[in-house]
Design a protein around this ligand. Structure first.
Ligand code: CTP
Length: 407
């Protein structure tokens, strides 16, 4: 049984019937040695009482009412700062909508907006509310903001309907809490890592675009590895079908020009890793209306070369200390990578074979060669997660050496 001694959880209870399960969660947290401070929304007070929660947690329970003494003793900013983790359970559709839109009109939503800690959300609502486009849109926003979700589970609901919307069981929520509070070595704490990932989309007209098969998996795996090492992690991503790892800040972009602008806005940063499969060309004159077949002969597209993001950032006045490029090659993999290292001015090229038989594009495994001024190092085939962890481990060493050299 993993101990949570010394850890502090801020539990935000929303107003749903599932709130009756919260006593058990508080009990489980206590058994593990965690300290649980509690905020109740106004609606939650209809389902559970501050008195029973205070008795169980041994802590003062904060309600929706701002009282001057609470603000003096423990302001809402401090409440969320003093915690190691914020847990929202049950997270009602209303509370989720507030979080997704950054509203702060009561103590619960203010604490959620004021936090710089990880947030775990356990949704609980009627199945139709869960499936509603607005809720699904809000959930996507929360995931993009790096919030972790547990559940909802599928099953019979208090209202008699069946489907997804039941809050996870207290032991499931506890497992997610334990996972999020796991101690880890954080050599990149206080450092900023910027990663590009996925394809770019270059519009032809309002409904068509030029793009490529990049899945974004390697870039997302690197973002996860970076955040696990404690880095402030910015993931600048083209359109992909992947979940944003918890704690990672994702900036969605479409075109190469958008991606470059987003990268420049994040400079200088400490480490920049360019895994995106940037479209080399864009359509010179994008049609403002949909191109019609009836217009006669097929249109001929004139292309303009896109900016090289990696080369631009490598030569930038505010260049990050360590800049890494990827090279997707179908033949002469390392030769091309050596040429790219020089041409782009980066510190390291991670070269991989993306020929049809390699299965790299869209697959979960990768075989890479690290090409730098120090030579070529070939790694055996491994999962994209392992490549990400090993690469980040290597970059931590490089960063430390560079810092020492400049001192
Ligand atoms: N890259 C970039 N901006 C571009 C093109 C590529 O930032 N406009 C980055 C990629 O993210 C990758 C590296 O440059 O880190 C190499 O990408 P790759 O597609 O292999 O190289 P290209 O520059 O497109 O060269 P070539 O077409 O000769 O293969």
């Amino acid at each position: 049984m993993t101990s949570l001694a010394g850890k502090s959880v801020l539990l935000i209870i929303g107003g749903g019937i599932a709130a009756y399960k919260i006593h058990e969660l508080i009990r489980l947290l206590k058994t593990r040695g965690a300290r649980t401070r509690i905020i109740l929304t106004k609606a939650a007070e209809e389902f559970v009482t501050p008195l029973s929660l205070a008795g169980l947690s041994g802590e003062k329970v904060y309600t929706h009412l701002f009282s001057l003494t609470d603000e003096v003793e423990m302001g809402h900013i401090q409440l969320s700062r003093a915690a190691d983790l914020l847990v929202v359970a049950p997270a009602t559709a209303d509370l989720i909508a507030k979080m997704a839109n950054g509203l702060a009109d009561d103590l619960a939503s203010t604490a959620l907006l004021a936090t710089d800690k990880r947030v775990l959300v356990a949704p609980a609502m009627n199945v139709r509310m869960w499936r509603h486009a607005a809720t699904q849109r809000n959930i996507e926003v929360l995931k993009r903001d790096g919030v972790t979700l547990v559940g909802p589970n599928e099953g019979e609901m208090a209202c008699g309907e069946f489907g997804p919307g039941r809050m996870s069981e207290p032991n499931e929520i506890l497992s997610s809490i334990v996972e999020l509070l796991k101690p880890r070595s954080q050599p990149l704490a206080g450092k900023k890592v910027v990663i590009t990932a996925g394809p770019t989309r270059e519009p032809i007209d309002p409904v068509r675009f030029i793009s490529n098969h990049s899945s974004g998996k390697q870039g997302y795996a690197i973002a996860k590895a970076a955040v696990d090492l404690g880095a402030e992690t910015i993931l600048i991503s083209g359109p992909v079908a992947l979940l944003v790892p918890p704690g990672v800040q994702m900036i969605p972009v479409e075109t190469a020009q958008d991606m470059l602008r987003a990268c420049e806005a994040e400079l200088p940063g400490d480490i920049a890793i360019f895994t995106a499969a940037v479209a080399d060309w864009r359509v010179t004159a994008q049609a403002t209306g949909k191109l019609k077949k009836s217009a006669g002969a097929p249109p001929s597209l004139t292309l303009t070369e896109n900016p090289d993001i990696l080369a631009t950032i490598s030569h930038h006045a505010a260049r990050p200390r360590v800049v890494v490029g990827f090279a997707a090659e179908t033949e002469h993999v390392t030769d091309h990578a050596i040429a790219k290292l020089k041409r782009k001015g980066c510190d390291l090229i991670v070269a991989n074979d993306v020929s049809k038989d390699s299965g790299v594009f869209g697959g979960d495994r990768n075989t890479v060669h690290l090409v730098s001024d120090g030579g070529i190092e070939s790694w055996p085939q491994m999962s994209k997660d392992e490549v990400a962890q090993r690469l980040m481990g290597r970059l931590v060493q490089t960063l430390v050496l560079r810092q020492k050299a400049s001192e």
